[in-house]
Design a protein around this ligand. Structure first.
Ligand SMILES: [Mg+2]
Length: 116
């Protein structure tokens, strides 16, 4: 079993053992995912670019846990919708390559719709 599938199974067990499947609708999970993403963002709010790289050990630990929360909810949401997360990410990366051809956008952070 690949590591992502194994982690998905662990998350399923975690929810099942607590009888939390009933709360894990795609709607609720998408909301929880954004709430965790906001908790991650809070660590960087008002920091300078430079400060955002220079997190102390305690802060880095907190950031690590928020990243894990986001990842866990993302896996859980994908699982509940029977979406293969790795395949979806690969598919989207291919689409992004087409939207943002390297030769056209190199060094330019504008959105694809802002190019001629
Ligand atoms: Mg959290």
């Amino acid at each position: 079993m690949d590591p992502l599938h194994a982690l998905t199974e662990q998350i399923r067990s975690f929810a099942r053992e607590r009888d939390w499947d009933q709360f894990h609708s795609p709607k609720n999970l998408s909301m929880a995912l954004i709430a965790e993403a906001a908790e991650l963002l809070e660590h960087f709010q008002w920091a300078t670019e430079e400060q955002s790289y220079a997190l102390g050990p305690d802060k880095l630990q907190e950031v690590k846990h928020e990243i894990a929360d986001v990842f866990i909810y993302l896996i859980r949401l994908s699982d509940r919708l029977n979406i293969d997360l790795l395949a979806a990410a690969r598919e989207k990366l291919e689409l992004n390559k087409q939207k943002y051809p390297a030769d056209k956008v190199r060094g330019d952070a504008r959105k694809y719709s802002d190019y001629d």
